[in-house]
Write a protein that binds this ligand. Structure first.
Ligand SMILES: Nc1ncnc2c1ncn2[C@@H]1O[C@H](COP(=O)(O)OP(=O)(O)OP(=O)(O)O)[C@@H](O)[C@H]1O
Length: 242
C-alpha cells in the first residue's frame, strides 16, 4: 500500500451546538479520485471545509488531519493553500464582475510560477474567453474556471465539492472528463452525488452516515452492490444502474 496523501483521524465538527461530524476517520490515496458520499446534509461539505480551515467562526473542530507530514487542522486557509491544498467550493465562487483572465490572475501564488499552459491545455475555452466577465459565463464554464483557477498552482491534493451540481447532462460529462484528466496528476477528494460520475472517476469511496464513516472501500464494488448503495445513500436501483 502506498502512503496516503491525507489521513483524517477522529474529525469532529460542532456548529451552533450541533454535532455535525462525530469522529470521522479515513484516508485518501496518493493517486486518483477518492469520493466522499452520503445522504443530503450528512456533512460532506462540512468535512471539506474543516480540512481547508473554513469552518464558520461559531464552529469547533477536533481531531487531526495530515497531508503528508503537514498537520492541516487549525491552520489558516491561505497557508494551507500555499502548502498545496487546492479547494474548489460547491458554489464555485468566481468573481462575477471580473474577467476570466483577472480571476485566474488573482489565483496566482507569490513565489511560484503560474501554470497557464496547463490550465489552457485542459480548458481551451478559458483562453478563448479570457476577456469575458466571469458572471456572464455558463454554469459549466464557471465550473471550469473554478477548477482552472486552482490548477494555476501546483497542488498536492485537491478537494472538489459537487462540481456537477446543477449542470446539464452534456456539461456534467465534460466536467467529469476534465476531472479524470486532472486526477492523472494530482489526487482528488471529491464530493459527488451523481453516481454515473462516481462510477466513471472514483477508485475509493468513503461513505458518511449519522456524523460518522459508515463504509469505506472500493467505489466500484460499492456501486455494484445495489442494496448496500441504496441503504447507504438512499437512492433507487435505477440510479445505481445508470
Ligand atoms: N454554519 C452552519 N450552521 C448551522 N448548521 C450548519 C452549518 N453548516 C452546516 N450545517 C448543518 O450541518 C449539516 C451538514 O451540512 P453539509 O453541508 O456538510 O452536508 P452535505 O453532506 O454536504 O449535504 P449536501 O449533500 O446536501 O450538500 C446540515 O444539517 C447543515 O444544515
Amino acid at each position: 500500500m502506498m502512503e496516503p496523501i491525507l489521513t483524517v483521524e477522529e474529525l469532529s465538527v460542532r456548529i451552533a451546538g450541533l454535532h455535525i461530524l462525530q469522529g470521522v476517520s479515513f484516508t485518501v490515496a496518493p493517486t486518483g479520485v477518492t469520493v466522499l458520499l452520503g445522504r443530503n446534509g450528512v456533512g460532506k461539505t462540512t468535512t471539506l471545509r474543516a480540512l481547508v480551515g473554513l469552518t464558520p467562526r461559531n464552529g469547533e473542530v477536533r481531531g487531526t488531519a495530515q497531508m503528508g507530514n503537514r498537520a492541516l487542522l487549525g491552520q489558516p486557509t491561505h497557508r494551507l493553500v500555499r502548502s498545496g491544498l487546492g479547494y474548489v467550493p460547491e458554489d464555485r465562487c468566481v468573481f462575477a464582475g471580473l474577467t476570466v483572465a483577472e480571476n485566474l490572475r488573482l489565483a496566482e501564488r507569490r513565489g511560484s510560477t503560474p501554470a497557464y499552459d496547463r490550465v489552457f491545455a485542459l480548458f481551451p475555452e478559458l483562453d478563448r474567453r479570457s476577456r469575458q466577465r466571469a458572471g456572464s459565463l455558463s454554469g459549466g464554464q464557471q465550473q471550469m474556471l473554478a477548477i482552472g483557477r486552482v490548477l494555476i498552482n501546483d497542488n498536492r491534493l485537491l478537494l472538489v465539492d459537487e462540481p456537477t451540481k446543477g449542470l446539464a447532462p452534456k456539461v456534467v460529462t465534460e466536467v467529469a472528463e476534465v476531472l479524470e484528466r486532472v486526477a492523472e496528476s494530482v489526487p482528488v477528494l471529491l464530493v459527488e452525488q451523481n453516481l454515473a460520475v462516481v462510477r466513471r472517476l472514483a477508485h475509493d469511496a468513503v461513505v458518511l452516515a449519522a456524523g460518522q464513516v459508515a463504509w469505506t472501500g472500493n467505489a466500484q464494488e460499492l456501486l455494484a452492490e445495489t442494496e448496500l448503495t441504496r441503504s447507504l445513500l438512499g437512492v433507487g436501483s435505477a440510479e445505481v444502474h445508470h
